[in-house]
Design a protein around this ligand. Structure first.
Ligand code: ADP
Ligand code: MG
Length: 406
């Protein structure tokens, strides 16, 4: 990546320094506030361990969920307990983010110790990238490390403001290992993909992903489209889509995209249809031209699964975002699971495979192929913004590597 990372910090800069580390500990909690999936915590461990082993005094921040003001239901305290278990030493927790209590907790830190501060979103200033909150955060530390790729598309006080204040003070602001890995894989796909380069886009809506389609189209050799997104393209082809999810106001855009893309775009040739999208719905397979007015399209059909697997076979790089159907319901999961397997096969043959998007990542897990893929992005929104060609503010706020232009 173009930004500096923790490996660019000399060890003597880490040792004894108070290092503000922004991570993405936005984990799912059950009603008893137990963590139901700790993957986001686990992914931050390499950076935390690297800095701890070198004697850094870590002040860790994260947001959790979307609280409106201070709300104990969204305290990071359970994360501190869980992190203690993972690191095998007691992590300290501070019930404040900034101010005298936080300052005191920071002053009490020794080399190689870790303090987790309370949820950044308890402060209104966080999402506003408030200069005062940014300054207070910067006051706690000597340097800044951002390992929260999942929040890098947001210009908040803890992701951008604090970094900028520190850099104005002549201090370092660098990325962590997870940030580096995310940007390396996604950047490679955009800038120097091994060819053939195929993108697979699916999911619910075109509107959220049109920028991604437009950014990827000139770069890819093949663009495979599935999910509800395909329905809008079917409509653009003049096909009957019944009661399926279609974005009427995007039909014209889909038609233009098809014209522009020519042979590059591959649409499903058949689908799984049902009178309604529900877990117990009776389904049938239909050619895409044979959908009835009373039917809904819930998944791609068997012909499309084979077609897409063929199109992916031998690819050098695959980027996949968005499920092929309503994979949360068993009658409509087959297309997404088949696609996940086809993507994993590309990996098995030495290709690079990258999955972005929260639902796609859980589909890859559900298909049991996540371990075979090159990279499963932790940041749904951030990976989409990156693939659409946007500069992520959280990355732009970091120190540039010498000799890099952006
Ligand atoms: P990601 O989180 O990977 O970026 P999205 O959030 O864009 O993916 O889309 C995921 C959603 O798309 C899933 O909830 C899935 O049920 C829905 N979806 C996929 N295909 C269809 C379809 N044919 N009809 C309705 N919803 C669909
Ligand atoms: Mg989603």
């Amino acid at each position: 990546m173009q930004a500096k990372t923790v490996v660019d910090l000399p060890d003597h800069r880490i040792s004894g320094s108070r290092i503000l580390v922004r991570v993405d500990f936005n984990v799912p909690l059950d009603p008893d506030r137990r963590i139901t999936d700790d993957i986001r915590i686990v992914r931050a461990l390499p950076t935390l361990s690297y800095l701890l082993e070198r004697g850094g005094r870590l002040i860790v921040t994260s947001h959790l969920a979307r609280p409106k003001g201070v709300d104990p239901a969204f305290s990071l305290r359970p994360v501190a307990e869980h992190l203690s278990g993972l690191l095998d030493f007691p992590v300290r927790f501070c019930p404040e983010l900034v101010g005298p209590v936080a300052q005191k907790a920071v002053n009490d830190l020794d080399d190689g110790q870790l303090l987790l501060l309370e949820n950044t979103r308890f402060h209104e200033g966080e999402k506003k990238n408030d200069p005062e909150l940014s300054r207070e955060l910067a006051d706690l530390c000597d340097l800044f490390v951002n390992d929260a790729f999942g929040s890098a598309h947001r210009a908040h006080a803890s992701t951008v403001g604090a970094a900028e204040v520190l850099r104005e003070r002549g201090r370092e602001a660098v990325g962590g290992f997870l940030m580096e890995k995310e940007l390396r894989y996604l950047g490679m796909a955009l800038e120097a993909p091994d060819r053939p380069f195929a993108a697979v886009l699916g999911g619910a809506k075109i509107s959220g992903k049109i920028e991604v389609i437009q950014s990827l189209l000139p770069k890819v050799d093949r663009l495979i489209i599935g999910g509800a997104m395909a329905n809008t393209f079917f409509k653009a082809l003049g096909l009957e889509t019944g009661k399926s999810l279609v974005e009427e106001e995007r039909v014209e855009l889909a038609r233009e995209t098809l014209e522009e893309a020519g042979e590059k775009i591959l649409l499903p040739v058949d689908c799984v249809v049902a009178p309604e999208i529900s877990a117990g719905a009776p389904t049938r397979e239909a050619e895409r031209a044979a959908v009835e007015p009373e039917e809904m399209i819930g998944d791609i059909g068997k012909g499309s699964r084979a077609l897409f697997a063929d199109a992916l076979a031998g690819a050098g790089t695959v980027v996949w975002n968005g499920p092929m159907g309503v994979f949360e319901m068993p009658p409509f999961a087959g297309g997404t699971l088949a696609l996940a397997e086809a993507v994993a096969v590309v990996s098995d043959h030495g290709g690079t495979t990258i999955v972005g998007g929260g639902d796609s990542a859980s589909a890859a897990e559900q298909a049991g192929v996540a371990d075979r893929l090159s990279h499963v992005s932790t940041g749904g929104g951030a990976s989409l913004e990156f693939l659409s060609g946007a500069v992520l503010p959280g990355v732009a706020a970091l120190d540039k590597k010498e000799g890099s232009s952006s």
